[in-house]
Design a protein around this ligand. Structure first.
Ligand code: ZN
Length: 164
């Protein structure tokens, strides 16, 4: 139909009968003077279509990138879980290892702790700032710990609140 070219001669017959020498660029059929209304409409439709196509292409590209990011995030989560599983210790020198509110501890007993059990923890510098001196309460949030350093020992199970 028409091509997108730069500085293409019009070539349509002028009133004098000679080919029009006017040049035109971009999508079109002829110079401005010799383009019919119908042709103008076609060019307009072409431009609109092109714009829509480009917009669509950008959207598809963004969507593809978003799904790639999701894929990477899934991979990272899987790797982290695998690492976690490899590093997790459930026992330290015969003591049970648990995670209390995000921190690793060991438990000498009696019995074994379960997730949700309330315990008393030895004072540390953070607890001293938050709760004042002395033991402070915590909740077992995970069995085992991925912490590789030295673990503090849980003092005891927390005394359940007095029932009336
Ligand atoms: Zn012309």
């Amino acid at each position: 139909m028409f091509e997108e070219v730069h500085h293409r001669p019009c070539g349509r017959p002028t009133k004098a009968g000679t080919p029009c020498r006017a040049q035109f660029s971009g999508p079109g059929f002829a110079c401005k003077l010799h383009t019919t209304d119908h042709e103008k409409a076609l060019v307009e439709a072409y431009r609109t279509g092109l714009e829509t196509g480009r917009k669509q292409e950008r959207e598809w590209q963004q969507r593809a990138e978003a799904s790639q990011v999701e894929h990477l995030e899934r991979q990272i989560r899987t790797l982290r879980d695998e690492l976690d599983a490899q590093n997790r210790r459930f026992e330290v020198d015969g003591d049970q290892a648990v995670t209390v509110d995000g921190y690793g501890y060991r438990w000498r007993g009696p019995g074994t702790l379960e997730v949700g059990d309330r315990v008393l923890l030895p004072e540390n510098y953070v607890s001293a700032l938050r709760h004042g001196p002395g033991p402070f309460p915590g909740t077992v949030t995970e069995l085992g710990t991925t912490y590789t350093g030295t673990l503090s020992t849980i003092i005891s199970r927390a005394v359940p609140p007095q029932t009336r």
